[in-house]
Write a protein that binds this ligand. Structure first.
Ligand code: GDP
Ligand code: CA
Length: 320
């Protein structure tokens, strides 16, 4: 392994940001790059909103609303109230300070600046020195098929509060989207790739839908480890379990192993799911069963430090 091992984290929003913060608080901070999800992006009130990237940035900057896990701490909603008075839809909550991010991002995009450069610029201006990479600079948007018709991700997630059953998921634009050189270089040049406990379909699946990303993961010499977002057969938060059920899959560690099978070396599962370890090991995976619920910052740091130590000991074993 390299003298200065590089770690790349693939992360969605809230679950992904917890893992990113855990690594940022650990001794591995300077080794880290994060590839975030842009497929939840959508235009609201003429502004380009990128919820998962903002959740990562705000979490790593310490500005996040900790109770919610998204949005800015202490933010208010005067602009949104004003828009409501003007007859605009207000189901997508956007705080007053948060609006500044969306205004700036939109203006920079209109100037033709690469979305990756804008994300990095916003991160720096929020005192985040960890590279936050985009999988693509092109527009890719998750669309879910439901009995109510096809919905954008935010329509499904925020407006409909995940109530409709999902029968199919599409990543509109993914096939023609080009992976960014930064994301491909991070994947190819890492010693360790960690897949955060994020929604495997609409967060990690969306990142991997960009042409070239999944192939790069499979081709990378890095040791690849995923942390299951399921504890005792349920999600900690969000619709991943119901989305999987709608597509005929179980919310289990085995499903995570199936979905990532072409590149996965190790799976971290919760101790409540330790009964699944033997089967997963039979499939050739290294398995760590531990407490994966991250509530406090110390729990986040501890879990991520434990995961990295586990991975590095297996990498060292394999090269001995
Ligand atoms: P979103 O983009 O905000 O929906 O967030 P992600 O896709 O990054 O993460 C959502 C997933 O994170 C859900 O499936 C949760 O089960 C999972 N998750 C959230 N917190 C934790 C945690 O503390 N531990 C584990 N293992 N999973 C978590
Ligand atoms: Ca998301």
């Amino acid at each position: 392994m390299a003298d200065f091992p590089k770690i790349t984290l693939l992360a969605g929003g809230v679950g992904g940001a917890k893992a990113a913060l855990g690594l940022a608080l650990s001794q591995w901070r300077d080794h880290l790059s994060v590839i975030g999800n842009i497929a939840d992006d959508e235009e609201f009130h003429g502004l380009w909103v990128s919820p998962d990237i903002d959740t990562l940035t705000y979490t790593l900057s310490g500005r996040i609303n900790r109770q919610q896990g998204w949005g800015l701490n202490g933010d208010t909603s005067q602009v949104l109230n004003g828009l409501k008075t003007l007859g605009c839809d207000s189901w997508m909550f956007l705080g007053d300070q948060d609006f500044a991010t969306h205004i700036y991002r939109t203006e920079q995009r209109r100037k033709g600046i690469r979305p990756s450069a804008i994300a990095q610029d916003i991160a720096w201006k929020n005192q985040v020195d960890i590279p936050i990479l985009l999988p693509t600079d092109d527009v890719v948007q998750t669309r879910v098929s439901t009995a109510q018709g096809t919905l954008s991700f935010q329509e499904y997630f925020v407006r409909e509060q995940c109530r409709p059953d999902v029968t199919a998921i599409e990543f509109h634009g993914a096939e023609s989207a080009a992976a960014t050189p930064e994301a491909l270089a991070a994947i190819a040049g890492s010693d360790l790739i960690i897949i955060a406990p994020s929604n495997p379909l609409v967060s990690i699946g969306a990142i991997m839908s960009v042409t070239g990303i999944r192939e790069a993961l499979a081709a990378s010499p890095a040791y690849c480890m995923a942390i299951s977002p399921f504890i005792g057969g349920k999600t900690v938060k969000g619709p991943a379990d119901r989305m999987l059920a709608g597509l005929g899959m179980q919310p289990s560690a085995a499903t995570i192993a199936d979905l990532y099978q072409d590149f996965l070396d190790a799976l971290v599962i919760d101790q409540q799911d330790a009964h699944a370890a033997a089967d997963l090991r039979q499939r050739g995976l290294d398995v760590l069963a531990t407490n994966t619920l991250m509530t406090s910052d110390e729990e986040k740091r501890h879990l991520m430090d434990t995961c990295v130590s586990f991975a590095f000991s297996h990498i060292a074993e394999a090269s001995a």
